[in-house]
Ligand binder design. Structure first.
Ligand SMILES: C[S@@+](CC[C@H](N)C(=O)[O-])C[C@H]1O[C@@H](n2cnc3c(N)ncnc32)[C@H](O)[C@@H]1O
Length: 114
């Protein structure tokens, strides 16, 4: 087992599984109720405007400093200009993660929200 599966196993009693439409879920999330978010490959499922709404809500709700990451096969979505500096993409870390990823076709976009 690698480190991440061990950590998940250790914390298994604290994991809550929910199912929701992401924009609806983020809209009703209290501010500061999460500090990190993994958006999977949602950019492949959403157009630029929808993904921009997701990032705007993440920016509004995440505890600082926060970290977000998403991946994509088809749609490398922009961070909306209206967010001006938060989130900031960590392109160097993205390149390292892409090289280490077991699935070699995804682009990976880690970001810091300061
Ligand atoms: C390809 S799967 C990724 C599976 C897994 N999370 C992973 O990272 O390997 C992307 C998932 O996003 C879900 N999805 C698409 N649009 C969504 C939305 N607006 N809100 C919540 N989930 C959505 C799809 O139903 C699908 O299960």
């Amino acid at each position: 087992m690698t480190t991440t599966p061990r950590r998940i196993w250790r914390n298994r009693d604290r994991i809550e599984i929910g199912e929701a439409e992401l924009i609806q879920h983020l809209t009703q999330c209290p501010r500061g109720s999460f500090g990190k978010i993994h958006l999977s490959n949602l950019p492949d499922w959403m157009d630029q405007d929808q993904f921009g709404t997701v990032l705007t809500l993440v920016n509004e709700k995440i505890a600082r400093p926060g970290r977000a990451v998403w991946r994509f096969l088809h749609g490398d979505r922009r961070v909306p200009g209206s967010l001006a500096g938060s989130p900031v993409l960590d392109r160097e870390l993205g390149g390292v993660l892409e090289l280490a990823d077991r699935f070699p076709f995804y682009g990976i976009r880690p970001a810091i929200l300061a």
